[in-house]
Design a protein around this ligand. Sequence first.
Ligand code: IMP
Ligand code: MG
Length: 180
Amino acid sequence: MLHKDIFEELMSESEIEKTVSEIADRINADYEGKTLVVVGILKGSCVFFADLLRKITVEDCQIDFIDASSYGGGSASSGNIKLLKDVNCALPGKDVLIVEDILDSGNTLCFIKEHLLEKGADSVKICTLFDKPSRRKKPITPDYCGKVVDDLFIVGYGLDYNERYRNLPYVGVLRSEIYS
Ligand code: IMP
Ligand code: MG
């Protein structure tokens, strides 16, 4: 049982659906006729990735995954990025779209974007469902963003706290008593 007393709803299932459709429309317009590789960052983006992917209509579209977490189990970025799993596909001649759950300090995405450019991608853009710009430590902005949020810790729809709550179908704000 998932308890409503430990979080407050931030984005409902229907709001998520609408947001994902709006992002997909923009991506479809921007990438029409291109060779697209949609790269999901494990594990947080998995639910968003799956929903977004099914709305992408670009004909020449591949997917891949990368894992490079900066989190050691708490609610703040360590800044130490470890590449746990690299993409498998060759990137020269491809336009890469990174799909992330939330852009926080920017440490993870800065590292991954640089890494994918070094692997020879023609272009690398960032699509994140949530953005917490007030916590940014690196000069990075998303190309596609679902919702800007305050400095709150959110869970659900793939987003976790200590690996829990990813299975919530909506996004909620975790009460600070839980993680402080
Ligand atoms: P960054 O490197 O600080 O930008 O961290 C980004 C990663 O931190 C995201 O991919 C999430 O996994 C995690 N993260 C940041 N903020 C939250 C949050 O509010 N809830 C859950 N995970 C978060
Ligand atoms: Mg993550």
